[in-house]
Design a binder for this molecule. Structure first.
Ligand code: IZC
Ligand code: ZN
Length: 434
């Protein structure tokens, strides 16, 4: 008889993150079970069937007629157990690298200046258009393996390095194939409005022309393809205005694609306000929101229609910025905060969400608990998976990580170390270290 269950025993702490979306005072509540209660987690058929003191968990299994001999034991002695991490913002699929931009930035070049000169996103677009689906698949597999090894069990993956219909569809198709391969679960997002492509930039109305192509040609094709769940826009002065972003996201929504956006990454551009107005799932970056934008996000959260603020502190580091998102203001004003890597070749070439936890504490001044809820329960919410992922609660998917530290407080502390002992996806051990 093959085992279909997994029983995680011996942990020093099980941070369940139970209890739903975190915001304000609850942002830092990790809902832990301590060693004193001998915590256990039981998984069956890919779902969590019991969490609690070991004696209660065993009683529950017996009560449900689940034979304990069919459970494999995962020894978590001295470890912290958390939900599998969720990375709610990645540009997983691209070709080439942009290490030369680091030298340019050291000399003072700005992000939009590099883009205007044909570098930045446009240089990645040129490489990506030439890449075959097989090359993109191999690249995707490599970096998904790295993410998984660092404790990530679910990610969002954007297109956006095609900027033409054929390449955008190819990127989404590759995302769909990687999702089918597993084990990392992938939520695909269409980001045709990532930049105005080179071929439209010379014309005075080039941006408007491209916006129309995204709306009239790309969105219908993406909807027909049926892989992307979200539509995203790089809403930023000098890229796509708030008005253009509104038109694109509204067209996406009409075609069945939910909204999320790159908002106020570099300067206040009306992105946070637009996210609140449209009821987007998430407003991402927010390194430079206006006071009105922060207030708009606070207002919708207060009204029970929260937009998750997905902060990406690795990007500020790679952009060599002194200032980053006003994370404390978001928490203090009741806006739910999530964290992501922003994995991409230009501004965040890191697949490591553990490093982002550290940066969130060091640069954004979040506590360890606030940061942990931001990469689990709140990140799941930002991807529309708030009812099924991101917490260790009965009935949810059995995604969890066993960490080689005795407390969640130590997750951000060992800067740059990979603390993963084991990663479990849908009840199966899929990665083990040491
Ligand atoms: O390739 O530069 N901000 N998109 C919006 C990015 C950064 C990724 C890139
Ligand atoms: Zn991004």
């Amino acid at each position: 008889m093959t085992a279909r269950g997994l029983l995680v025993l011996g942990a020093a702490e099980v941070a369940t993150l139970a209890g739903g979306l975190r915001r304000g005072a609850s942002q830092g509540e990790v809902a832990s079970l301590s060693a004193a209660v001998r915590p256990a987690v039981a998984c069956w058929d890919g779902l969590i069937v019991a969490v609690g003191p070991e004696a209660e968990v065993r009683a529950r299994l017996a009560g449900e007629g689940l034979d304990e001999t069919r459970f494999e034991i995962l020894d978590a002695t001295g470890a912290t157990v958390t939900p599998g991490l969720v990375d709610p913002h990645t540009h997983l699929l691209f070709a080439g690298t942009r290490e030369g931009e680091w030298r340019l930035r050291q000399r003072g070049a700005g992000y939009l200046e590099i883009l205007a000169a044909g570098g930045g996103i446009l240089s990645t677009v040129a490489r990506t258009r030439q890449a075959s689906a097989d090359e993109l698949l191999a690249h995707g597999r490599r970096w998904l393996r790295e993410m998984l090894a660092h404790g990530v069990t679910t990610i969002e993956a954007k297109s956006g390095y095609g900027l033409d219909t054929a390449t955008e569809l190819r990127l989404l198709e590759v995302a769909g194939r990687l999702a089918a391969e597993g084990p990392v679960e992938i939520v695909p997002t269409f980001l045709g409005a990532h930049a105005v492509p080179q071929e439209d930039r010379a014309a005075p109305d080039g941006t408007e022309r491209y916006v129309r192509r995204v709306i009239e040609e790309q969105i219908p094709a993406v909807a027909r393809q049926g892989i992307a769940r979200y539509c995203d826009v790089f809403c930023e002065n000098g890229v796509f205005s708030a008005d253009q972003s509104r038109r694109i996201l509204t067209a996406g929504a009409a075609a069945g694609l939910l909204s999320r956006l790159h908002a106020d990454e570099l300067a206040p551009s009306g992105g946070a306000e637009l996210a609140a107005e449209l009821g987007a799932a998430s407003a991402d970056h927010l390194a430079a929101p206006s006071p009105e934008g922060i207030a708009a996000l606070a207002r919708v959260a207060e009204d029970g229609r929260p937009v998750v603020a997905t902060l990406l502190p690795a990007t500020g580091l790679v952009l060599m910025k002194e200032h980053d998102a006003p994370a404390r203001a978001f928490v203090d004003r009741g806006v739910p905060v999530a964290l992501g890597t922003d994995f991409n070749p230009g501004t965040s070439p890191t697949p490591n969400l553990q490093l982002v936890l550290s940066l969130a504490v060091l640069r954004l001044k979040l506590t360890a608990g606030e940061a942990l809820s931001a990469v689990t329960v709140n990140a799941a919410h930002a991807l529309g998976l708030g009812a099924t992922h991101g917490a260790l609660e009965v009935g949810r998917v059995a995604d969890l990580v066993v960490w080689d530290v005795p407390s969640h407080e130590l997750l951000p502390y060992w800067l740059g170390a990979n603390l993963v002992r084991s990663v479990v996806k849908r009840g199966s051990v899929v990665s083990t270290r040491g």
